[in-house]
Design a binder for this molecule. Structure first.
Ligand SMILES: C[S@@+](CC[C@H](N)C(=O)[O-])C[C@H]1O[C@@H](n2cnc3c(N)ncnc32)[C@H](O)[C@@H]1O
Length: 312
């Protein structure tokens, strides 16, 4: 029940090229699957900082890794990556950073966290339930346009207008407080059925991304990772849907090229030089991995290496 099968673990380890005495950051600790492998590759002098915004993840990590002195666990959002790393280790540089985006299996499996359209729970969906507003609170207040736009954009749901209208109609009758209440009304509003897919899937994804501000978190986390990586340091990012992957791809490509606004200058200033080198192409899980772990099906890994700043 409290398990999370990590995805693309061998690929992540190969990407990070762990140096035994290096300092690494697992920005999405979860249940520590990737962290365990990073620790196994680190030497006695190496260090790992595990970050998660979910207090349950950090509490479970403290139990699982109780005797692991090389690991520092930090509860916080990776949108504040630089501050969290600096506070945890007193450093401003590290040799590698991993982002394994999205939610963990325990978050989805525990009905009381409010992520599931299959098991009834409070309509919450916050990864950190100690901050921000539960989904029920945001949905009670949001305008029709906002709900429709969130579902259309973050869920890529073509029936967003119908679903938003159904949500607004329902909340006139009674507050929306339960996950199954929402799942049922979304199901009733979606006119077609995709085989093997719950009709509420896209809407739940959209609302989860909205409540947790996931895309802004990722943008900020990546930007700070760029500043934290030492020359030669590696960045590995696993995404699970096209909005995330598009953001990661654009970020990496932008920082792996000369700033186009300054590219035509006779001497390209150091600040406009690429800061990253892309490492390989995007990677997907093998069919064997997908057979053993359905979550791996949509996982995409992108890797980059921090370049030394030229003196130009
Ligand atoms: C896919 S799971 C990571 C699983 C982990 N790699 C493992 O092997 O167990 C994603 C985790 O990232 C956390 N997370 C998502 N967004 C975050 C953010 N902005 N800041 C910190 N943690 C975040 C979630 O709470 C969740 O525990």
């Amino acid at each position: 029940m409290d398990e999370h099968k990590p995805v693309l673990v061998d690929e992540v380890l190969a990407a990070l090229t762990v140096q035994p005495a290096g300092l690494y950051v697992d920005a999405t600790f979860g249940r520590g699957g990737h962290s365990a492998r990073i620790l196994a590759a680190l030497g006695a002098g190496g260090r790992l900082i595990g970050i998660d915004r979910d207090p349950d993840a950090i509490a479970a990590g403290r139990v699982r890794f109780a005797s692991e002195a090389r690991l520092t666990l930090v509860q916080g959002a990776f949108g504040e990556l630089a501050t969290l790393v600096h506070a945890a280790a007193g450093v401003t540089q590290c040799q590698g950073i991993l982002f394994d985006c999205g939610v963990s299996s325990p978050q989805l499996d525990r009905a009381e966290r409010g992520f599931s359209f299959q098991a009834d729970g409070p309509l919450d969906m916050r990864m950190d339930p100690t901050r921000g507003e539960a989904l029920s609170v945001r949905l009670a207040r949001a305008s029709f346009d906002e709900v429709r736009d969130v579902i259309a954009t973050l869920g890529e749901e073509k029936y967003a207008r119908r679903i938003a209208a159904a949500i607004l109609r329902a909340r006139e009758v009674a507050p929306l407080t339960r996950t199954l209440q929402l799942a049922e009304l979304v199901s009733a509003a979606v006119p077609v059925r995709e085989p093997g897919k719950n009709p509420a899937t896209r809407t739940f994804q959209a609302l989860r991304i909205w409540v947790n501000d996931e895309l802004a978190q990722l943008r900020s986390g990546l930007q700070q990772a760029l500043g934290l990586l030492a020359p030669g340091g590696r960045l590995a990012v696993i995404s699970f849907h096209s909005l995330e992957d598009g953001l990661v791809r654009d970020f990496l490509q932008r920082h792996a090229s000369v700033d186009p606004a300054l590219a035509s200058l006779p001497v390209v200033p150091a600040a406009a030089q690429p800061q990253l080198r892309l490492v390989g192409r995007k990677q997907r899980a093998s069919s064997e991995e997908v057979t053993g772990n359905a979550r791996a099906r949509s996982a995409l890994l992108r890797v980059a290496e921090k370049l030394p700043r030229s003196a130009a």
